[in-house]
Design a protein around this ligand. Structure first.
Ligand code: NAP
Ligand code: ZN
Ligand code: ZN
Length: 353
């Protein structure tokens, strides 16, 4: 018996063309297949990547596009062979909804690096079909249980939503490059990703410095766990902090001079690029060879590590600082993100769709 051709009506907010304001949009979700979970989405965070893609700043965007990959909701229905979730569970979905499941990356639990390409939660295509994937600015989503995360009951769903992208995107490099006691970690940019970086690095026991454009967010940064806070608009910052850090994570969405920041690394330190500006950034050989420094990148995290991050946040009482908005405020929220005027993540309440 096949249920593949049945669909469930869904509503959301979509960009119908690059740079067009987002608007209410009706579409369909697939009826759960054997291994699928149907989720009633309660909240979805607004990641800067949503804006990059809705405005086609990286190229290749497909429209209409329902963005959103910081999804938190409640299981509404499960397929006949689902074993991990039951109706009523608090669950999340992040940046991917599928991958090949058999390549070396998938087998290592690093599905984000699937050699056949992970299936993006939106702006992608469902594997083996031509059906576009649509994201979390919507009231329902159907996802294979293997790409669904369990949200601990103690973390409210609205504050949990941004963990599914902002949280894991910082948790993964902090773990990979061993942030912890005795390590000096700097986070560039105190936005959605950056504020999670501060909280997570602090919870891991590292000494944390924020490098922000100004000192406007200093109180917030310290409250989140930063030990030090510097303005990058002040040239003295770069003199004072030369050769200081084991690890610097760059979360900035715009082009900037990475060479200046490489110079802040200690011997054998690493600058990890997480922010994705649309322009290429030149890097000088001298910035790297002097202190045997590394320039690296990191992309979200695998499913297993994302669950580990959620459980870490539960244990260490880490959650996102959010401003909940109604769906009709989406275009205003985008403009505020672009002005770095967000404290520290917008989350859409899907009850207002
Ligand atoms: P966000 O909330 O807008 O935060 C970015 C922060 O960067 C701002 O709050 C601001 O912090 C700083 N900033 C902005 N413009 C700047 C400029 N011109 N010069 C210097 N600093 C500037 O964005 P987000 O959602 O955290 O995302 C950040 C970037 O990461 C985006 O490019 C996004 O696409 C990317 N991303 C990557 C991954 C991944 O897996 N690698 C995952 C998610 C997102 P201050 O006010 O403190 O300076
Ligand atoms: Zn994101
Ligand atoms: Zn794979």
């Amino acid at each position: 018996m096949s249920t593949q051709n049945k669909f469930i009506p869904a509503k959301g907010i979509a960009a119908l063309a690059a740079k067009a304001p987002l608007k209410p949009f009706s579409f369909e979700r697939r009826e759960p297949k054997e291994h699928d979970v149907l989720i009633d989405i309660k909240f979805c965070g607004i990641c800067h990547s949503d804006i990059h893609q809705a405005r086609d700043e990286w190229g290749g965007s497909a429209f209409p596009m329902v963005p959103g990959h910081e999804i938190a909701g409640i299981v509404a229905q499960v397929g006949s062979k689902v074993t991990k979730y039951k109706v009523g569970d608090h669950v999340g979905v992040g940046c991917m909804v599928d991958s090949c499941r058999h390549c070396s990356s998938c087998e290592a639990g690093l599905e984000q690096f699937c050699l056949e390409g992970m299936t993006g939660t939106y702006n992608g295509v469902e594997r083996g079909t031509t059906i576009p994937t649509q994201g979390g600015y919507s009231n329902k989503i159907t996802v294979d249980e293997n790409y669904v995360l369990r949200i601990p009951k103690n973390i409210p769903l609205d504050a949990a939503a941004p963990l599914l992208c902002a949280g894991i995107t910082l948790y993964s490099p902090l773990r990979h490059w061993n942030a912890g006691p005795g390590k000096k970690v700097a986070i560039i940019g105190l936005g959605g990703l950056g504020h999670m970086g501060v909280k997570l690095a602090h919870a891991m026991g590292a000494e944390v410095t924020v490098l922000s454009q100004s000192l406007n967010k200093v109180e917030d940064g310290k409250r989140m766990g930063a030990d030090h806070f510097y303005a990058t608009s002040d040239p003295a910052t770069f003199e004072k902090l030369a050769s200081s850090f084991d690890l610097i994570i760059n979360t900035v969405s715009a082009k900037m001079d990475w060479n200046l920041y490489l110079n802040l690394l200690k011997l054998d330190g690493t600058l990890v690029v997480c922010g994705v500006p649309s322009e290429e950034v030149p890097v000088g050989a001298f910035s790297l060879i002097g202190g045997r420094r590394s320039l690296a990148g990191s992309l979200i995290g695998g499913i297993k590590e994302t669950q580990e991050m959620l459980d870490f946040c539960d244990k260490h009482k880490v959650a996102c600082e959010i401003e909940v908005i109604s769906a009709d405020k989406i275009n205003e929220a985008y403009e505020r993100v672009l002005k770095s005027d967000v404290r520290y993540r917008f989350v859409i309440d899907m009850a207002t769709l």
